[in-house]
Design a protein around this ligand. Structure first.
Ligand code: ATP
Length: 906
């Protein structure tokens, strides 16, 4: 390319990496100051929102058809063919109608579930730091337009395709775009036009993740014009509706089908060769058996229960990104939580200033810069002490936060709370901002190295520059040779004194930041790690309080009762961590393990230690990963929180990775299964509670539905074995299945949580879906339904028509189920009490619906022809209700014995 020729705007925008930043800015009609707000609005309507094109949805009809793709449905379709061949067309039509109705229900419920997930997905929208009208603001990623200047920092997901203008150790993980997991170091140089995507170092592409460093850039492409938009892959967001449990259920369905078919063959052989049935009769009976035993409504119900769980969790601030998380949450046995902002309020206030010569107390709370400085209880002006003044100056300059005042909401900060507290502190002291201390360069804070440094000009007329350093005391101390004294003098550092005094402050639960400085030459314009290694003068330390969240204390207690161990994993000082942990009720108040100690621990010894110790301090992200692995070795289902980009591996590895919605980086959110909308530990406890409830409700639905199928199957088998006419016809059986699946069983999906849900031990994830006691209950109720319904049929067979007797048999079955629905509301606890009987509006709603359905089934002439029923005398409803009551009490009796047996086992 000829350097002097003026490139066309379109050429520049097609290949921004090949042009200098100035040319790109010029052709986008923008500058380093950013766009004007009005111009940005105009561009937004021209280019459209910065959104990726939605994945094309399957056509609704195909979605509907998908619900036929199920082995249970295949069996029903075969049954339809057999009945047609036997000329039993009514049965054929009914079977087909059931299949269609079932798919329609599945389709509608799936739609609802998808909508619920969609709504949850919206809660995870992305933000960007954009410069408009000369200042940076946080805006939704969707409103970015070409020409916007944006800031990128470690942990961010790049929100659009960006030509980089300025970088500082910027490294980006482009795996989502190029598949290459190695991080790429970025720079701002113009490249050859033919540079392949993976080597375009002067660009940061939408959807990739900043793994370290920072930079600014100009947006060149948004939405579907981005490279990501072009390849049209949706980023990992809320995934499709399938979970290990659904897979387990699908497997269960296949096994059940095999069993049903085996039973069918045996029944056929016995009926034909031993019981002397006619061929078409026995065929019909076997078809009846198949349709009786198949729980066709089950998959739809399970999907809806999971979706309701996701919705309930979202309403309690726990946003599930990956559906399997809903189930796993129910079996979590350890929660490893960050401290700052999750267990604590995350609102820092500086309370103490400690220098070698003086110790000041600071009054006031929150971010309002109102309060006094006290020396031995007496008000003092901190700026009179040159050392304190420089310390406060450092607090203000070595800081990226901003203090804001809003008319309605009062004082608040933008940026990290730790830094906000320091700005507030300096403002309280009435320290004025001084432009002659202009910042020249920054070494940003990362939790790995636990400090931050800035290079600043050193004030009016100064011949040198100054590096300010602030960070964790031990990190800063190791870089200091001197300590500051009152009159701006300094002397050799007294480490022992600092160790003792800082420990005293930390044991009060205060977070400590040490502040130091070093003078450098006027020609220095950059700082790097080597520069911060030594030669600093320690100015002093600032102690910040961050009180525990009140509700967390109760949540930790709740976890303890629920058999879930809570561990604090913090980057903070060991003594600070211990003080806060014991206020919250985590750990034994004594044992704390620190990051350096973890480094010295062998991987083989770690599992035991990880299990025993509850407070880990001065921990880095890689320690988190090791701890998760160690706990998993011990068989613990581990939840782990995280917010930084480097927490991602630990979050991915944990059974439930939990990211912070407010302070978390995009990288951590992408790696997590769950995102906390309010960053609050209590929301994790709530999610565990909901997870357990979801599992309970799944089990309740299974416990409820399966005996319906079991009971009906048994009725047919018994009839064949006894050589009597079938008490209920295939058409009637299908009616029962449909009615129970769409009404009664669904009521259980809305069951509120049981009283003792957080008093039980976590579920062992290896436990089978149906425990032995559940199988026992299913068999027991199946047998009871069979006996009751068959007895009713036999009784009414004498003196009444076949239609009358079978109508009685079907209605008895349904009555039994209505009562059994009440039993099923509590797995083991008795329902013979106010709460049990009053139930939920869903339960009573479905009971009402079912009475209506059965009235139609019994008395509507059209239904009488279809289903072969007959209107029954009003007084004959009584024996049916009586049968239901008998079943109800017998099941409660069984629960009573189960309770005694389990209590004995304990
Ligand atoms: P937790 O892990 O409990 O959430 P955290 O994430 O706040 O705590 P880090 O951010 O890793 O922990 O902070 C560890 C230490 O680094 C703090 O104790 C403090 O001394 C220091 N530190 C924190 N923020 C800053 C900052 N902005 N600048 C300099 N040092 C900091």
């Amino acid at each position: 390319m000829n350097k002097n020729s003026v490139p066309k705007t379109d050429d520049v925008l097609a290949k921004p990496y090949a042009y200098s930043p100035e040319k790109v800015l010029a052709s986008l009609g923008t500058s380093q100051k950013g766009l004007k707000e009005l111009e940005a609005e105009a561009r937004l309507s021209k280019y459209g929102p910065n959104r990726l094109p939605q994945k094309k949805d399957l056509h609704p009809f195909l979605k509907f058809l998908k619900h036929f793709n199920n082995i249970l449905i295949y069996v029903l379709l075969v049954a339809a063919v057999i009945t047609a061949l036997l000329d039993h067309w009514v049965d054929t039509w009914i079977i087909l109608a059931v299949v269609i109705i079932n798919s329609a229900i599945g389709f509608l419920q799936e739609g609802k579930a998808e909508k619920a997930l969609e709504a949850v997905k919206k809660m995870l929208s992305m933000y960007a730091h954009v410069k408009r009208d000369g200042a940076y603001h946080e805006v939704a990623g969707e409103v970015l337009v070409p020409g916007d200047i944006i800031k990128l920092k470690s942990g961010d997901k790049v929100p659009a395709d960006v030509r980089l203008l300025d970088v500082k150790s910027l490294r980006v993980n482009e795996a989502s775009l190029t598949g290459e997991s190695e991080e790429v170091e970025k720079n701002t140089e113009a490249l050859d036009e033919n540079t392949p995507l993976g080597d375009r170092f002067s660009m940061a592409y939408s959807g990739t993740i900043v793994s370290s460093g920072q930079g600014t850039g100009v947006v060149c492409a948004t939405g579907s014009s981005t490279e990501l938009g072009k390849i049209n892959t949706m980023l990992s967001e809320v995934k499709t509706i399938t979970t290990p449990l659904l897979k387990q259920i699908a497997k269960f369905g296949r096994q059940l089908t095999a069993i049903i078919l085996a039973f069918g063959v045996v029944t056929f052989l016995v009926g034909y060769f031993i019981a002397d049935y006619q061929l078409d009769e026995i065929f019909l009976a076997v078809v009846g058996l198949a349709v009786a035993a198949i729980p066709e409504g089950l998959p739809a119900i399970i999907t809806i229960i999971l979706a309701i769980g996701v919705q309930r969790m979202a309403s309690r601030n726990a946003i599930i990104r990956l559906l399997p998380g809903v189930e796993t949450l129910g079996s979590v046995s350890v929660i490893c939580s960050d401290k700052t902002g999750t267990l604590t309020k995350g609102e820092m206030t500086a309370k103490k200033i400690l220098t070698r010569n003086t110790a000041l107390e600071v009054s006031g709370g929150g971010y309002a810069p109102e309060g006094e400085f006290l020396l031995d209880g007496k008000k003092t002006d901190p700026l009179e002490d040159k050392n304190v003044e420089l310390l406060l100056r450092a607090c203000m300059l070595c800081n990226d936060a901003r203090l804001k005042k809003d008319k309605e909401e009062g004082w608040s900060i933008e940026g990290a709370p730790t830094e906000g507290a320091l700005i507030t502190l300096a403002t309280k002291a009435s320290l004025k901002t001084d432009p002659s201390f202009k910042r020249v360069d920054t070494l940003p804070f990362e939790s790995e190295h636990k400090f931050m440094a800035t290079l600043n000009e050193a004030g009016e007329g100064s011949k040198s520059r100054i590096i300010f350093l602030k960070g964790a005391p031990e990190r800063v101390l190791s870089r200091c040779q001197y300590q500051g004294l009152g009159e701006g003098k300094s002397e050799e550092i007294d480490r022992e004194w600092w160790d003792t005094n800082s420990s005293n402050v930390a044991s009060e639960g205060l977070r400590l930041l040490a502040i130091a400085f070093k003078e450098v030459g006027n020609d220095q314009s950059e700082i790097d790690f080597a520069e911060t290694a030594d030669g600093f003068t320690l100015l002093g330390m600032v102690g910040l309080i961050d009180p525990p969240r009140e509700e967390v204390i109760a949540s930790v207690q709740e976890c303890r009762e629920a058999g879930v161990r809570v561990k604090m994993i913090t980057g903070d000082h060991a003594l600070t961590a211990r003080a806060i942990a014991s206020k919250i009720g985590i750990g034994d108040g004594k044992t704390v393990m620190s990051g350096p100690e973890l480094d010295e621990t062998d991987d083989n010894d770690l599992p035991d230690i990880a299990e025993r110790v509850d407070v880990f301090a001065r921990v880095s992200p890689e320690h988190k990963l090791r701890l998760v692995q160690a706990l998993q070795k011990k068989g613990r289902v581990t939840a782990m929180t995280g917010d930084g980009v480097n927490d991602a591996p630990a979050l991915k590895r944990a059974d439930i990775g939990i990211a912070m919605g407010i302070k978390g980086t995009e990288a951590s959110k992408e790696a997590a299964v769950m995102v906390l909308a309010d960053d609050n530990f209590s929301s994790i406890t709530n999610a565990v509670e909901e997870g357990r409830t979801v599992y309970d409700n799944l089990r309740k639905s299974l416990l409820f539905i399966l005996p319906t199928n079991g009971g009906q199957g048994l009725i047919i088998i018994t009839a064949i074995l006894l050589g009597i006419v079938l008490p209920i016809t295939p058409a009637q059986i299908l009616w029962v299945n449909m009615v129970t699946a769409v009404t009664l069983a669904l009521a259980l999906a809305f069951e509120p949580m049981e009283k003792d849900v957080m008093k039980r031990k976590p579920r062992n994830p290896k436990d089978p879906l149906l425990s032995k006691s559940m199988l026992l209950r299913i068999t027991y109720v199946s047998v009871l339904l069979n006996i009751l319904s068959l007895s009713m049929f036999t009784f009414f067979s004498r003196g009444y028509s076949y239609e009358y007797a079978s109508t009685m048999a079907v209605n008895t079955l349904i009555a039994g189920e209505v009562f059994y629905l009440f039993n099923s509301r509590f797995l083991k606890a008795s329902v013979i009490n106010f709460k049990g009987i009053i139930a939920t509006k869903y339960v009573w709603g479905t009971v009402l619906a079912i009475v209506l359905f059965q009235a139609l089934f019994t008395y509507l002439p059209l239904f009488q022809t279809w289903f072969g029923t007959e209107g029954i005398a009003a007084v004959h409803w009584l024996p049916m209700i009586g049968a239901g009551l008998i079943l109800f009490f017998l099941v409660e009796l069984e629960k009573f014995f189960v309770r005694i047996v389990t209590a004995e086992k304990k």
